[in-house]
Design a protein around this ligand. Structure first.
Ligand code: COA
Length: 315
């Protein structure tokens, strides 16, 4: 029943494709995605004051449409014709097909499926918290997901995988890792794809993604990049492992997507395709027993004068 709902809802209207053509031609794919989710939500009157049943319907719609939107953004970004969904393909395979214009091999489909599962949810991460904060005002699911996408976009969260690949490419060969990473660590630069607010050990998701990245880089003649990444990991662990800094989910995911054929600018939107199910599930769960989030702030700035001149005595 759930899969048939997803199949029915994954299609976009012509004017939505037109909007993607306009926005994605100029914007970074992650900005284009944020605008598209907001745009589709804005056309839907059910978003005005949705009850729980409507929030659930909107949530399933977001999960269904987001791969179609990201795949179309990818096509426009690459200057290619948009490909519409194929109802006979699985969620991951159809996304692959619409984005890259060919059906995945069994291994590629399995890897993408696993990567989407590994990124789907992860406790109270920043973007999930954003979606919950928004829905706690009794705003609608499309607005909650727009907030979440805006939060995922930053380099300290979802944007790290794009930058991690750029670093791996900059290092290029394993023998360069010691020099490049050593100098970055010395200058206290953040190495993208390492460290985590919660995990102070090797991120278990990175272990699985590393195995996939090794297979795909081998299959596509990019072994040297994998070896460079592996050496970066080794150098980082020797220098910062004692501080609890290890590869996180973003370090190998970029390398995996790149080797399959995705452009680096589409990595974070792929993360959003996956995390959408986490955002929707947690926002729904929260709003069912809702209480507005309203943290207090502790003022730690300068204190004002103890005595004030009454206003009518001031010059
Ligand atoms: N590279 C180099 N040093 C790092 C580092 C990294 N990726 N991550 C943390 N550190 C260092 C900090 O410089 C700091 O050093 P100091 O004690 O000498 O000041 C120390 O480790 C603690 O870092 P802090 O930023 O307080 O940790 P945090 O828990 O707030 O940070 C992240 C968590 C994820 C924000 C941080 O590790 C980071 O920016 N990583 C890179 C971005 C990334 O990959 N994000 C995806 C997360 S899934």
């Amino acid at each position: 029943d759930f899969l048939s709902r997803l199949r029915k809802l994954k299609h976009l209207e012509k004017e939505e494709y037109d909007m993607i053509r306009e926005v994605a031609a100029k914007a970074h794919p992650m900005s284009a995605l944020r605008t598209m989710i907001s745009y589709i939500g804005s056309k839907d009157n059910r978003t005005v004051e949705p009850d729980i049943t409507t929030q659930e319907m909107l949530g399933v719609e977001v999960i269904a449409k987001i791969p179609t939107i990201v795949a179309a953004i990818n096509r426009v970004h690459e200057g290619l014709e948009i490909i519409e969904p194929d109802d006979d393909l699985s969620y991951a395979s159809d996304f692959f097909y619409q984005a890259l214009g060919r059906k995945p091999s069994t291994v590629e489909a399995k890897m993408l499926d696993a990567a989407l599962i590994l990124h789907a949810d992860h406790g109270m991460n920043a973007s999930t918290f954003s979606s919950m904060l928004t829905i706690s005002t009794l705003s609608d699911m499309y607005s909650a997901i727009t907030s979440a996408i805006s939060t995922l976009k930053g380099p300290l969260h979802g944007g790290a995988n794009e930058r991690a690949l750029a670093l791996i490419q900059r290092v290029g060969r394993p023998e360069n890792a010691e020099k490049v990473i050593g100098s970055m660590v010395e200058h206290k630069e953040k190495i993208m794809g390492f460290g985590h607010r919660v995990y102070k050990v090797y991120d278990p998701r990175a272990k699985i993604l590393k195995q996939f990245a090794e297979k795909v880089t081998n299959a596509h003649g990019k072994q040297e990049l994998f070896q460079a990444a592996n050496k970066i990991e080794e150098v980082m662990i020797s220098k910062l492992g004692s501080k609890g800094i290890f590869p996180n989910v973003d370090f190998y995911s970029g390398l995996l997507y790149y080797s399959i054929g995705f452009d680096p600018e589409i990595f974070t939107p792929i993360f959003a395709v996956s995390r959408a199910s986490g955002w929707v599930a947690r926002s729904l769960e929260y709003v069912k027993d809702n209480r507005l989030f309203r943290p207090k702030a502790l003022y730690v700035g300068e204190k004002g004068p103890n005595k004030y001149t009454p206003i009518n005595e001031r010059e």
